[in-house]
Design a protein around this ligand. Structure first.
Ligand code: ADE
Length: 290
């Protein structure tokens, strides 16, 4: 995969791209990353890239000319799938499914906005996908671009070894990951669950699946609204009704949601159910669960 990052601050990326899995992916020729300094495409000897906003107001606006020239300078190989992306808080929310989708491309071009904003014609004229990493505003698109590159590159075929496989991690099946433990078997009074020491692979698989389901239900019931996460819950016999705030989730399974986990996240199982094998969750003040 080829990745071109267009930015006013190429040096911000140097450390991130020179470490760990991103470094290894480049060394192994699976990914090649190029940092393009938008300032190199400015049209005057002062290397101007921004100007005051028409209509007044605070701050500076990124000019269209250097961004158009920088984007247009990037060659696309014949037949390759190129995704051109503008990082902006007004974009489509980035998530694991989006990362998977981008990982199938041959070439990513990431354009980082900066300063108070960028000229609207960059949006209009360059046919860029607009991507946001969340409902908050950063000082620029650089950190979002690093985040997108990191999430995508690890999904590129061959980048993760078998031992690091992305198949079972959080969000890979629309659910959160199960807990992990390593040695020692007991640490400061906290024991590794016996089942993980049992050597019974089928039981361990089941336990992990159940942990993944309970965690998702307790912490991120919103993930279960869409088909992918909800399908994964079937094995744990989970039935969700109208998730989200003011909603109710009914959960019946052979295991119990740890009440500490539920309380931590603002929902608690009714007292009559806390010590039983099945667990039910509901929003406080919502009456009896159906
Ligand atoms: N630039 C500034 N804030 C951003 C965000 N939340 N997502 C993407 N790009 C941004």
């Amino acid at each position: 995969m080829r990745i071109d990052v267009l930015t006013l601050f190429p040096r911000m990326f140097e450390g991130v791209f020179a470490e760990s899995i991103l470094k290894r992916a480049q060394e192994r020729g699976l990914v090649s990353v190029r940092l393009v300094d938008i300032r190199d495409y400015s049209e005057d000897r002062h290397r101007t890239v921004d100007d005051r906003p028409y209509g007044g107001g605070p701050g500076m606006v990124l000019k269209p000319e250097p961004v158009f020239k920088a984007v247009e300078s990037i060659p696309a190989a014949p037949g390759e799938v190129v995704r051109r992306i503008l990082l902006t808080p007004q974009g489509k929310r980035f998530d694991q499914a989006y990362a998977r989708d981008l990982a199938a491309a041959d070439h990513l071009v990431l354009v980082c906005g900066h300063y108070e904003g960028f000229d609207e014609r960059i949006r209009e004229g360059l046919s860029l996908e607009e991507v946001s990493i969340g409902d908050f505003v950063l000082t620029g698109g650089e950190i979002p671009a690093m985040l997108v590159v990191d999430a995508v590159v690890r999904l590129v075929s061959g980048v993760l070894g078998d031992a690091e496989s992305a198949e079972f991690e959080s969000f890979s099946r629309g659910q959160l990951d199960h807990p992990h433990y390593t040695r020692p078997p007991e640490f400061r009074g906290m024991r590794v669950p016996d089942i993980l020491l049992s050597g019974n692979h089928e039981e361990i698989r089941r336990w992990r699946e159940e942990q993944s389901a309970t965690r998702t239900l307790a912490r991120r019931p919103d993930l279960l609204v869409d088909g992918e996460g909800a399908a994964g819950m079937r094995s744990a016999e989970c039935e969700m009704r109208n998730c989200g705030r003011g909603s109710r989730a009914v959960f019946s399974s052979e295991f119990r949601v740890p009440s500490s986990e539920l309380e931590e996240w603002g929902s608690s199982p009714p007292p009559d159910r806390q010590s039983q094998a099945g667990a039910r969750m509901r929003d406080p003040g919502q009456g009896e669960p159906r």
